[in-house]
Design a protein. Sequence first.
Length: 263
Amino acid sequence: MSAAMDFELAGELKIGQVGIANLRIRTLDVAKLTEEMRGRVQRAPKLFARAAVVIDFGGLTRTPDEATARALIAGLRDAGVLPVALAYGTTEIERLSEALGLPLLAKFRASYERDEQAASQPAPAPTIREPEPAPPPKAPRSAPAPATPAAANVAPGMIQSAPVRSGQQIYAENRDLTVLTTVGAGAEVISDGSVHIYGPLRGRALAGAKGNEQARIFCREFHAELVAIAGHYKVMEEIPKELRGKAVQIWLEDQQLKIAALD
């Protein structure tokens, strides 16, 4: 008889939402990029020190050569973050990722490309239509009974009733997120819609994760490590001290993150 096979796994693999920062390269200046990242780490070490970063070369007209890319990776590591992948783009970027020994991640490019394509599309010209002749009169008929309005095809908001503790991440996909209690330091709540927090916010809150610039964050007691809407963020060091501990709302206006106390 053959020995019984052991089907007990030594490691359980799951695919889930991963909080990784995306660095969109606008100007390929290794020294400047390194200093900018070093400044971010120094201002918010609990947030950025040894943070996983995806490098996105999609904003450049040309893909950098391997030597320049390696110099950038070394500079970012020296600044205190950990480049872990390239954002998916062209076949040249795919070849570069193979040369560097880094994986490609696709999801970070979606919102950038969607925004840029929308901005480049010209507004449709108005359609001019000839006036149509009036239809012949019809015999009167009784008014139809009022139709029952169809239910809106909207996903219900996600409600988190338990405290979100350090190291936990809660993600509400394609809907709002309501947290009834505390978001602890080191915890992260993410929503593709708005975020409502009815207790203290000591960790990170990210709304409009897929690029919804109309999303907002509402918080009853504000001590956040970081808040972000559609990728625009502020860390604790950039938040006025008079707002700490207050009830606030956060929104995006003219590509700037605004924070104001709630009356």
